[in-house]
Design a protein around this ligand. Structure first.
Ligand SMILES: Cc1cc2nc3c(=O)[nH]c(=O)nc-3n(C[C@H](O)[C@H](O)[C@H](O)COP(=O)(O)OP(=O)(O)OC[C@H]3O[C@@H](n4cnc5c(N)ncnc54)[C@H](O)[C@@H]3O)c2cc1C
Length: 301
């Protein structure tokens, strides 16, 4: 059976960029992607220089087309189910279609997913409610916005940030009370705080129109930002392979994508288990790929 130099799991910006670097370094690699990238819910991605406003699928298609120039890269559109270390310390990668692939090194770039505390928010997430003002603040500028968050430090941080794009802000904590000082800080900018629980979000085709509270009150808003309750790695590959993880969920690395387990590398949002951006994830992927190639070079020279 063919032994790949490296298997890259995840074809988001981190995995695509890692694959490009490794292909150009003439490494035999297999890239797997199952099409569950976090931003697939949105129409446009912003802030990636030369690609501002691109559709997420188009970004992926261009990335995959560029990889076709490098014959040592194999791409598989399938889900990786399991990674096992065999007796020779190689990795066996098992996919949903029942196939097995053998590799010397693994680069995890499988991203993260978010958990929400607001009912029906997924209908609007990516269309008129977003997580990152740097990504989508421009499109929502000067609109009547709502900020959904449940922890005081996050509420204050996000609200101050979004105030740069729109001064017409309401904060909804969905039942969580914030301190008197916090309330005063926002009120001095005429920002209202609604702490009553939300009954439902109402809108059309993903575009928010109003928020209904359990109290019966409704307020009109045309979009906003949310801080999800948490983020998680859906597959837990890093944990299952014994990589050390910090209390905050970040995988311990040397800062260049090497985990605490030999031959296992990590890049993109899955490394920190926190949201970032296409540009930052792509850079992380390239950095981790350079580590993979450096290690292969030094081990084999
Ligand atoms: C609504 C929304 C809007 C956004 N807008 C922007 C924006 O405008 N600009 C910007 O810079 N950023 C934006 N982002 C953030 C951006 O999407 C992420 O920062 C970026 O996608 C992270 O890249 P990544 O490669 O780490 O992970 P992802 O892009 O999530 O890629 C991970 C990949 O791994 C694959 N995968 C996962 N598990 C498996 C498995 N078991 N087997 C095979 N494949 C697997 C998935 O299919 C996926 O393609 C937005 C995010 C959201 C949610």
């Amino acid at each position: 059976m063919k032994v790949f130099d490296c298997v890259v799991i995840g074809g988001g910006p981190a995995g695509l960029s890692a694959s490009l670097t490794l292909g150009r370094a003439r490494r035999e690699i297999a890239l797997f992607d199952d099409g569950t990238n976090r931003n697939k819910v949105t129409n446009q991605s912003h802030g990636f220089i030369t690609r501002d406003g691109i559709k997420p699928q188009e970004f992926k298609d261009i990335g995959l087309r560029e990889l076709e120039n490098y014959p040592s890269i194999s791409f598989f559109q399938t889900k990786v189910l399991e990674i096992i270390r065999d007796r020779e310390k190689k990795f066996i990668v098992k996919t949903t279609n029942g196939r097995k692939y053998v590799t010397e090194k693994i680069l995890l770039a499988t991203g993260i997913q978010e958990v929400f505390f607001i009912p029906s928010i997924r209908k609007y997430y990516g269309k008129s409610i977003f997580n990152c003002p740097y990504c989508d603040g421009w499109e929502l500028r000067e609109k009547p916005l709502i900020i959904f968050a449940e922890k005081e430090d996050q509420i204050l941080h996000m609200t101050k940030l979004v105030y740069n794009w729109s001064k017409d802000l309401v904060v909804s904590t969905n039942g969580v009370e914030i301190s008197k000082e916090g309330v005063q800080e926002l009120q001095k900018r005429n920002i209202k705080i609604k702490s009553e629980p939300i009954k439902n979000l109402v809108g059309d085709g993903g575009y928010l129109q109003k928020i209904e509270f359990v109290s019966g009150e409704t307020i009109l808003r045309s979009g906003g930002f949310v801080i999800p309750s948490s983020f998680y790695r859906p597959n837990q590959f890093a944990e299952k392979l014994g990589c050390e993880v910090e209390e905050n969920g970040a995988v311990v690395t040397d800062g260049f994508g090497r985990t605490t387990q030999k031959n296992i590398y990590i890049a993109g949002e899955t490394e920190k288990s926190a949201p970032s951006s296409l540009m930052i994830s792509a850079a992380d992927g390239s950095k981790a790929a350079i580590s993979v190639n450096t290690d292969l070079t030094m081990e084999r020279f």
